[in-house]
Design a binder for this molecule. Structure first.
Ligand SMILES: [Zn+2]
Length: 347
């Protein structure tokens, strides 16, 4: 970004004044509605505590906000190419797009990629994937209880729905079962939608929904679990929802929801070592390896860190580069930064 970011108060004033000068440079995600807007949106203005300001549309999308239908933040003020494809996406958000579809429209995929990257901070295909995930999440999240009701009362539509969501998550249409032991449920957080998978006793997976490795993790989990995967909530879900609320409010020092660690013994010992990093602090891979008494196992530590599928609970986001750089994070660097900031303030 070429400008230094103004304070949230200044941005909120711009929002109240419907200031068009920020169009394309700043967006506001509204937590009470799950929608994001241009600051100049003509719609009624949200309360300041429900506003999350972001510099790119991509950040809003990956934080789980959907574009506003009134101010059309993905279309307004964009190059015609970007505006046109965004409009197509808004008309059909569940569509699975491929490069061939762009070619079929007479467009050059690499021109499209560059234009979207420049204007929205995200490629068109990534944007399409995010929109598809959000549609699925909205359907799931809007009706956790509705789904349970659907499962018992109206099996046909529930199975259609299950197969749609399976595809959305990159699984085979029959991956979700009615009688499964492991249950999936979405959880919304200030950093975007997460998915939690648990049986009656423990949580097996907690991930941000847009994590690229999620389909692979879900597939592994469903293959390993004889009872398969299904929808719905169990006791550990209720517990982790409560704990996440407290965590994001800066009022939780340790997660206590029971978890199942599934991985090789070495990976498990890395995950336990990660849980020893106090909130508000960070470590490098080599520090973790030393802490475990295995100073030469830095790469194996890094691999185990990346294989963690209990985001936040196993705090792999507290591992940074030896030079203090953030390095990677499966849930996206903007989230890693936000989590570390939050923990710094809370501790
Ligand atoms: Zn709007």
């Amino acid at each position: 970004m070429l400008f230094s970011r103004p304070s949230d108060t200044a941005l909120y004033d711009a929002l109240l004044n419907r200031d068009p000068n920020w169009d394309g440079q700043m967006f506001v995600g509204v937590t009470s509605t799950g929608i994001f807007c241009r600051l100049s949106c003509p719609a009624r203005k949200p309360k300041p505590e429900n506003c999350r300001f972001h510099e790119t549309a991509a950040e809003c999308l990956s934080a789980g906000f959907r574009p506003c239908k009134r101010c059309k933040p993905l279309e307004h003020g964009m190059e015609p190419l970007v505006a046109d494809l965004s409009a197509r996406l808004n008309a059909e958000p569940g569509r699975r797009w491929r490069e061939d579809d762009l070619t079929a429209l007479g467009l050059d995929p690499s021109t499209v990629r560059r234009a979207f990257k420049r204007q929205l901070g995200v490629t068109f295909l990534e944007l399409a994937r995010l929109r598809r995930l959000q549609e699925g999440f909205t359907a799931l999240g809007g009706g956790e209880r509705v789904i349970d009701a659907q499962l018992t009362a109206n099996y046909d539509s529930a199975s259609g729905f299950r197969s749609a969501v399976s595809k959305l998550l990159g699984l085979a249409p029959g991956a979700f079962r009615d009688d499964a032991l492991l249950r999936c449920a979405p959880i919304s957080t200030p950093l975007g939608p997460m998915i939690a998978i648990a049986d009656d006793h423990a949580l097996h997976l907690l991930e941000f929904m847009d994590r690229k490795a999620l389909p692979t993790e879900l597939k592994r989990l469903s293959e390993r679990t004889p009872g398969g995967l299904g929808f719905g909530q169990t006791k550990p879900h209720a517990s982790i929802v409560r704990e996440l609320d407290a965590y994001f409010a800066g009022a939780l020092s340790a997660f206590e929801t029971p978890v199942t660690l599934s991985g090789a013994p070495f990976a498990q010992s890395v995950w336990r070592a990660l849980q020893d990093i106090p909130m508000g602090q960070t470590r490098s891979y080599s520090q973790i390896a030393e802490h475990m008494g295995r100073p030469s196992a830095v790469r194996a530590v890094a691999r185990a860190n990346g294989a963690n599928q209990l985001a936040l609970i196993i705090p792999c986001h507290r591992v940074i580069g030896a030079d203090g750089s953030l390095t990677g994070y499966g849930g996206g660097l903007h989230r890693k930064r936000a989590l570390l900031d939050l923990e710094q303030r809370a501790s």
